[in-house]
Design a protein around this ligand. Structure first.
Ligand SMILES: *Cc1c(COP(=O)(O)O)cnc(C)c1O
Length: 462
């Protein structure tokens, strides 16, 4: 059978610096039904900008609640973006060949910066707005280590101090991550720690705890709340303003696909809190919501932490100590402690409220996958596309490969676009475990699921 010539485009499509988008896109302006509000953690009234200002700098709190469609990217932030953006759009010719698919696979590569992931997109924005509001120190948590690295780098660029509570399992698996953060001037604390009340409580209950993102968030928020003169907290995913900043990914990707006269049938990204997926998908979903354009959006989550596919749509806290607002999300419960999979960035009990809403409305789809399949995909990708993917990103690769394999069966020439959110240079212990054949496939038990869901609030989402 003669092979049909596929559409030929450059291996990489770039944008000129001058083509860097000038606004972020806020999908809240185009939701077909309004998003349920965040609720105050104790009064349960819808949160206001003033409520959020205890934890966040005011401009961030305002961005969190705005419904405006486009938010201008300040010149200072665009100038910092230009040190690592626009990021390239790759055509995965070699991967397509390796799996024998008629589909055309594209990926947006977000690891052209030393933090190794997309997270710097929001970090430089958050640091900018904090500095403008007079904040001098920023606290945060980190799971895989990418967000902590991004915030440490962004803080150093702006001359702010930065304290990172790093989930203990990652702290131990990824010593070089800690050193990277310290190189950029960050102070790194393993969580649970005994430097906060929240940490001491967790240690008292579980002395051997591997930690969790929810626990590390509690420590970082407590640190900010106890230093109100100088310090605010910053979150690397989940919240509306973080997803907003990440839309730079999809806005660039749209311009790049326009240049090569392509448009995706399906957009895919892995799901931790939802920021890289949403960042890529929202600008395309804008076309679907406003113009009825046909584009699917699929997010991929680990079987070990399946917030969307097995969680409950309910109000829940973002952290263990109930400092955050109650957020409407698909959640496994803020007390849920997932198994120690290698994709540390995907070990969060909930998802972004916007993503939860889009999933609930049937606008976004989700697939849960096993860790070893993810690493099969990671290694296939590395050996064909040369880039070494982060374990988190490899979830999206697997999603794209599965989609492309279905095309191989049906003969459909779909255009698949996925988010390659980061690279895996600090994840060699994960690759080692895979290559030595001792990597486990974790799925959560009904018992573990039930114990997590016990901690979810019963306030109805209306
Ligand atoms: C943090 C991280 C993720 C998960 O976070 P999202 O908010 O869901 O994007 C995915 N990939 C990489 C490389 C990360 O660092």
């Amino acid at each position: 059978m003669p092979t049909k010539l596929k559409k030929s485009v450059p291996h990489r499509t770039y944008l000129d610096e001058s083509e860097l988008p000038r606004d972020w896109y806020n999908i809240q302006a185009d939701l077909p039904t309004p998003m349920p509000p965040f609720l105050h953690p104790t009064t349960h009234a819808p949160v206001t900008v003033d409520d959020l200002c205890g934890i966040f700098a005011r401009p961030i709190a305002e961005q969190e609640l705005t419904k405006e469609r486009f938010i201008e990217i300040p010149d200072e932030v665009r100038a910092l973006y230009k040190t690592f953006r626009p990021s390239p759009l790759h055509r995965a010719y070699n991967l397509e060949k390796a799996i024998g698919t008629p589909a055309r696979i594209y990926y947006k590569f977000e690891s052209n910066n030393p933090s190794g992931s997309h997270k710097l997109n929001s970090a430089v924005a958050q640091v900018h707005f904090n500095k403008a509001a007079g904040v001098r120190r920023i606290t945060t948590e980190t799971g895989g280590g990418q967000w902590g690295s991004a915030l440490a780098i962004a803080s150093k660029m702006a001359g702010l101090d930065c304290t990172v509570y790093m989930v203990k399992v990652s702290y131990e698996q990824k010593p070089y991550r800690r050193i990277l953060m310290e190189t950029y001037g960050g102070q790194v604390v393993a969580s649970p720690s005994n430097t906060t009340e929240a940490g001491r409580k967790m240690l008292a209950a579980h002395p051997d705890s591997l930690g969790s993102l929810g626990g590390a968030i509690s420590e970082a928020v407590e640190d900010a709340l106890t230093h109100p003169e100088t310090t605010r907290y910053a979150l690397g995913s989940v919240l509306n303003h973080v997803l907003l900043h990440q839309t730079i990914i999809g806005l660039e990707a749209k311009k790049q696909m326009e240049k090569i006269d392509e448009y995706p049938d399906v957009v895919i990204g892995c799901c931790g809190g939802g920021s890289n997926f949403s960042g890529l998908a929202h600008p395309f979903l804008m076309d679907r919501l406003r113009e009825g354009r046909q584009v699917r959006a699929v997010t991929i989550e680990p079987m070990a932490c399946p917030s969307l596919t097995r969680g409950k749509y309910a109000y829940d806290f973002g952290d263990l100590s109930h400092f955050t607002p109650l957020m409407p999300m698909y959640t496994l419960g803020h007390m849920f402690e997932p198994p120690g999979i290698h994709a540390g960035g995907l070990r969060y009990h909930g998802v972004a409220p916007i993503l939860a809403h889009l999933f609930h409305e049937g606008i976004v789809e989700c697939e849960a996958v096993f860790q070893r399949d993810v690493f099969d995909a990671a290694v296939l990708f590395a050996q064909n596309e040369v880039i070494l993917p982060a374990p988190e990103s490899a979830h999206a690769i697997l999603g794209a490969i599965n989609e492309a394999k279905r095309c191989a069966q049906t003969g459909e020439e779909k255009v698949i676009l996925f988010s390659l959110s980061g690279c895996g240079y600090f994840d060699m212990s994960a690759y080692k475990s895979y290559l030595s054949g001792d990597m486990k496939n974790y799925a959560i038990t009904d018992e573990l699921l039930a114990s997590g869901l016990n901690s979810v609030s019963d306030i109805p989402i209306s």
